[in-house]
Design a protein. Structure first.
Length: 476
């Protein structure tokens, strides 16, 4: 397949982002609501195009890899971006400014993730990472009238810059030790020359840099404040898509470039997984803000995903891919419900969710079942995802790690049910009105709910897609 054909999805994504930016400048302020619909339609078309290329393989310019592994994640990013765009219609309209730029940044962040997932070379990987990070910095600070949004943007810029610097230093050490920036050539150099001190140090810096991006403890400190302050749809997108992009790049680098060092970095990943699952779940318990609770929940989910890395197997990578996809619908479902509630009440406090089931049965149901999926309660899709992750590490002999993951999942049920208790057993405030949900947001919420149920009851199609893509990653 010709190079331009292999890059079809990336080229069309860039064109859509630039087109939305132009529309934002050309369309009068009062007519800009339609830009959101254009963005959603474009993202839906791109998702179809990416899925149609799921079996395409090839290398562009010697370092950009098109394979089923990368394409799977592109479908995931586009699904998350589509849900975020639909979730944002009313939210962005209420802000009343820069609607075209908002959707353009959303699409360009998606482009950065695509580059990150398909980079078979360290320089292009870093460029994709920076494109994603810079656009998220702007989106996090998008609410100009909100001091918390400005604080979120500043914290994300400062800590994002620090993590990018750490990662870049690690990349430079790996390049210095191997003499190449191409992932396959690095693997060959390591297999031939062994592990030098510079390479081991570079591996540690790489792990720290990626740990920032996937919010693994102790590199998670930025996420609660950024999640709380950023616009709610942006928080949802940041929590699912950027985390998946970080894991896609992490797997490509550690499994593709440094497999011969897995006995060294495996111990570090085990420590990260334990800390992330334990701290994420325990610190979520006292949270009173729904976005902070979901932030710590997101941290704990990163711990479960790290179990797939620890397994160092096809099953582990397939489990990461499967869980990352259903995590999009589970977490985005919760954030869409939070967005719908915020659009009516202007609050993110859990106590204000009291009696929500009587004010909006749909919003309460979507929030409840999304949280149950994140907790891994059957028959929701999250149960199947965690089952695969736990089986992948049990097959490698880490039974104690699987038991710890199960115990932490039981802890998560407690704080998720605190939200359910408020919604279903609490009394709505006096004079409260029904929660109005825009038709587009209603459709997106119902679709997310249906996906969570269908994948929980019949996971075979997604399981096959994820596992076949994982096999293709190991056997290009």
């Amino acid at each position: 397949m010709a190079s331009l054909q292999l890059l079809t999805v990336e080229i069309l994504t860039a064109a859509l982002g630039l087109g939305l930016l132009a529309l934002g400048l050309l369309v009068p302020q009062n007519d800009r609501r339609g830009i959101g619909y254009v963005a959603a339609a474009g993202l839906a078309g791109l998702m179809v195009a990416a899925f149609s290329m799921r079996d395409a393989s090839g290398v562009v310019l010697g370092g950009y890899v098109i394979d089923p592994f990368g394409t799977y994640f592109k479908v995931l990013f586009l699904a998350a971006a589509l849900l975020t765009a639909v979730c944002s219609f009313e939210y962005v309209e209420k802000m009343g400014f820069n609607q075209g730029e908002y959707y353009a940044l959303l699409v360009l962040a998606t482009l950065g993730m695509m580059i990150l997932a398909s980079s078979g070379e360290l320089i292009s990987l870093y460029l994709g990472l920076e494109l994603m990070t810079i656009t998220f910095c702007i989106l996090a600070a998008y609410r100009l009238d909100d001091a918390r949004s400005a604080e979120a943007g500043i914290k994300y810029i400062l800590l994002g810059a620090m993590s990018s610097a750490i990662l870049l230093y690690g990349l430079s050490l790996v390049y210095g030790a191997s003499g190449s920036t191409v992932i396959k050539e690095i693997a060959q150099a390591v297999a031939t020359g062994g592990a030098s001190p510079a390479l081991l140090l570079g591996t540690i810096f790489l792990l720290a840099g990626f740990a920032f991006k996937v919010t693994a403890v102790p590199f998670h400190m930025w996420s609660p404040d950024v999640y709380e302050g950023a616009p709610t749809p942006v928080t949802g997108f940041l929590s699912v898509a950027s985390k998946a992009a970080g894991f896609a790049a992490l797997v490509r680098v550690f499994f593709g470039a440094l497999p011969d060092l897995h006995n060294f970095w495996m111990q570090l990943f085990i420590a990260l997984a334990v800390l992330t699952m334990v701290l994420g779940n325990l610190v979520a318990i006292p949270q009173t803000n729904i976005k902070r609770l979901l932030a710590y929940s997101s941290i704990s989910q990163a711990g479960y995903l790290l179990l797939g890395v620890v397994s160092f197997s096809v099953l582990g990578i397939g489990a990461i891919m499967y869980y990352a996809m259903l995590y999009v619908f589970g977490n985005m479902g919760a954030f869409m419900a939070a967005t719908a509630f915020y659009n009516t009440d202007g609050s993110d406090e859990i106590r204000d969710y009291a009696g929500l089931a009587r004010r909006s049965p749909l919003v309460a149901a979507v929030m409840l079942f999304s949280l149950l999926s994140l907790a891994g309660i059957p028959p929701m899709a999250g149960f199947v995802g965690k089952f695969y992750l736990f089986m992948s590490i049990i097959s490698r002999g880490y039974i104690w790690l699987a038991i710890l993951g199960i115990l932490m999942s039981m802890v998560s049920v407690y704080y998720y049910l605190l939200v359910a208790k408020a919604m279903y057993l609490g009394n709505p405030p006096e004079g409260s009105r029904p929660v109005r949900v825009a038709p587009g947001l209603q459709i997106a919420m119902i679709v997310s709910l249906l996906v969570l149920f269908l994948l929980g009851i019949y996971p075979t199609p997604l399981t096959n897609y994820a596992m076949n893509s994982a096999v293709a990653f190991f056997m290009p």
